[in-house]
Write a protein that binds this ligand. Structure first.
Ligand SMILES: [Zn+2]
Length: 315
């Protein structure tokens, strides 16, 4: 009994010493951050784990280190050589910047968004860039009591991927106009919804960084009217579920000035989780979707008239 007790003391003592030695060792250094390449890494080498980036300060020409490859020749980045610098409101899944241009400094804030459907509706991005250039050259068209914001590409990853159906979703495969936290559905009836390729609404409402960035921007401003540009051909949709009268009046005014259809064509599509319904029904913002007439023209002249009516519109 006495020997066993002595042995137990010895075992506990040795364990304690080992524990002390172990805990007094310096922590092992992290592996060096080396990008494995096909040429330099033999197949038997242990995998080198990339540490996550600690900063996200990304000039628009620098890809996020965790991003999918960005092809430099793809026209993903709009550069305004003269005029205001954009406000960076966040980044896409693959690290492309989400940029808002501001015109005017009045108390009544209005917002135009293009490219929520990326490369499938790339002409909305082209239109927004034309409007930005126009406003840079003609700042006087913005009334003194108005501030206008233009977000020209909400889904830059989709635009970079392809101009066509493949470019509709973000780099998580999410349709960003089904991801808003109002009337959101993980599955929906896609009859009449132009579903050429599989898309999702996101894992949960507002799961996507593009949605969150724009939500934050809207939440931190007092937006009095909103346009989200799409293509093609259906007319102008008024946001709000149930119908929101200020959105209907805004839609009617802009459709008339632009020569678009209002009410729009009803194809029977169930538009769940969309931006303008969230804006109108949750935030009380008069909001419309404007559909350009096809997938290639910007309808520039029509939308100069829409812009004029939008800037002057009062609730
Ligand atoms: Zn669209």
């Amino acid at each position: 009994m006495g020997i066993w007790a002595l042995n137990l003391v010895g075992v506990v003592g040795i364990a304690g010493v080992l524990l002390f030695i172990r805990s007094s060792r310096p922590a092992p250094l992290p592996p060096p951050a080396v990008m494995p390449t096909a040429a330099s890494t033999p197949t038997t080498a242990p995998a080198i784990i990339q540490p996550p980036p600690t900063t996200y300060i990304l000039p628009s020409v620098t890809p996020n280190p965790r991003s999918t490859p960005i092809v430099a020749t793809t026209p993903t980045t709009f550069v305004l050589h003269t005029g205001p610098d954009p406000i960076m409101i966040g980044y896409s899944v693959s690290g492309r910047p989400l940029e808002v241009y501001q015109f005017g400094n009045g108390p009544t804030e209005k917002l135009i968004i293009a490219g929520i459907h990326g490369g499938n509706e790339w002409n909305t991005i082209a239109l927004a860039e034309e409007l930005i250039l126009y406003l840079t050259e003609h700042p006087e068209v913005v009334p003194p009591d108005v501030t206008l914001y233009i977000l020209h590409a909400l889904n830059p990853d989709g635009e970079a991927r392809a101009h066509g159906h493949e470019g509709r979703v973000n780099d998580h495969g999410v349709d960003l106009n089904r991801n808003w936290p109002y009337h959101w559905k993980s599955e929906w009836n896609k009859d009449g919804c132009w579903s050429y390729l599989p898309v999702t609404a996101g894992e949960y409402p507002a799961s996507e960084p593009e949605t969150v960035a724009l939500m934050n921007f809207i939440n931190f401003h007092d937006i009095k009217a909103l346009i989200s540009y799409h293509s093609a051909a259906l007319g102008v949709f008024a946001g709000g579920l149930p119908p929101f009268e200020p959105s209907e009046r805004l839609a009617e005014t802009l459709a008339q000035r632009g020569g678009y259809m209002y009410p729009p064509i009803n194809t029977g599509c169930d538009y769940s989780g969309n931006l303008t319904d969230w804006a109108s029904s949750v935030k009380g913002i008069p909001a419309v979707d404007i559909e350009l007439t096809n997938h290639s023209d910007t309808n520039y002249e029509k939308n100069l008239r829409v812009l004029d009516a939008f800037l002057k519109w009062e609730r």
